[in-house]
Design a protein around this ligand. Structure first.
Ligand code: ADE
Length: 330
């Protein structure tokens, strides 16, 4: 009788083959219809992968279309001003990603004649492209058989193998499982499975395509606990007159959102009077209660009156956009 041979890695040969077949068959029927899956243009694949880092799919879709409308090619992106690129990214947060994207576009145009390197090693040399993104672009756009590991893939690998794989073990396990004939689809299927079925809490094992080869069927407890959220209150002034709004620019050397525009903070507002409106905003581990006061600002230094019509071209912080939207200014 033929018996599955355990191999030196994390999965037996038969486990690998069954997983590949079932996972890809599932992906062929259930893949979400996402705009960046419409073709394998490396510019689009790259843009989507950068935008998807730390951002939900729904939020990315909105920005993805608008970004491509403004910068339809890598050449147009390379030639744009930094401020226009940041403006198109504003709302997605993490502006370092936008700066790196812009820098990489310039390198691709200047040093590679506008063509993307096709191998993950070459892609990895570009600004802002790490191991994950290089493997994602190389496999999805160019069919290179290299596996990706992100948070979703990590969880799937741990549950299917029943082992607490870490660091390099995860990359080895992902590459062991990879379907070398359809690496881009395989990688996306693993991420999709983690995002939609093999979720951190209450995984949907009953509908999982690889449940039969899974060592744990959801029972491997996920160790990472969410970080406790801190609470903070913050007050802003919103001064909008004659079609202009008063905004201040963050310092160019600020560690977060450098150079972006926001509303001036209101000082000494705690406990005095009633704000015009309140909203909630979360940034990483802090939940902010944001109180907005309409009226005349003290016009602090570093500020500028910006015409409302120019706001979509201005690199605003995510919170500033939210405040301006709520006030129907944007
Ligand atoms: N997460 C990041 N990139 C993805 C992709 N291409 N498919 C599914 N999930 C993803």
């Amino acid at each position: 009788m033929k018996k599955a041979q355990p191999i030196s890695g994390s999965f037996s040969n038969s486990q690998q083959q069954r997983l590949r077949r079932s996972l890809l068959a599932w992906y062929d029927h259930h893949a979400r219809d996402l705009p960046w899956r419409a073709n394998r243009d490396p510019y689009r694949v790259w843009l989507s992968e950068i935008m998807l880092q730390q951002t939900r799919v729904a939020a990315v879709i909105e920005h993805y279309h608008e970004f491509l409308r403004r910068f339809p090619t890598v050449e147009r992106l390379a030639a744009a001003s930094e401020s226009r690129v940041l403006a198109a990214f504003s709302g997605l947060g993490y502006y370092r990603r936008a700066r790196m994207l812009h820098a990489a576009a310039k390198v691709i145009v200047r040093e590679h004649g506008g063509e993307f390197p096709e191998k993950h090693e070459g892609l990895r040399e570009l600004p802002g492209i790490g191991r994950y993104t290089a493997a994602a672009i190389a496999s999805i756009a160019f069919d290179e058989p290299v596996a990706v590991v992100d948070g979703n893939v990590e969880r799937v690998l741990q549950r299917v193998s029943g082992k607490r794989l870490t660091g390099e073990e995860l990359w080895r396990a992902a590459n062991e499982l990879l379907d070398a004939k359809r690496p881009g689809d395989f990688n996306q299927a693993m991420m999709e499975l983690g995002a939609t079925v093999c979720t951190p809490r209450a995984p949907a094992c009953l509908t999982c395509p690889v449940v039969e080869v899974c060592a744990t069927r959801g029972e491997l407890a996920v160790t990472a606990q969410p970080l406790p959220q801190k609470k903070r209150e913050i007050h802003y002034e919103l001064d909008c007159r004659e079609g202009k709004v008063f905004l201040v620019q963050r310092a160019q050397d600020a560690s977060l959102m450098a150079g972006m525009w926001e509303l001036p903070e209101k000082v000494g507002a705690n406990g005095v009077g009633t704000p015009s409106y309140t909203l909630r905003h979360s940034i990483t581990v802090t939940d902010y209660t944001v109180k907005v006061w309409r009226g005349s600002t003290a016009s602090p230094p570093g500020g500028k009156w910006i015409p409302v019509g120019r706001l979509t071209q201005t690199p605003l912080t995510g919170l500033a956009r939210k405040i301006l939207r709520k006030a129907d200014v944007l």
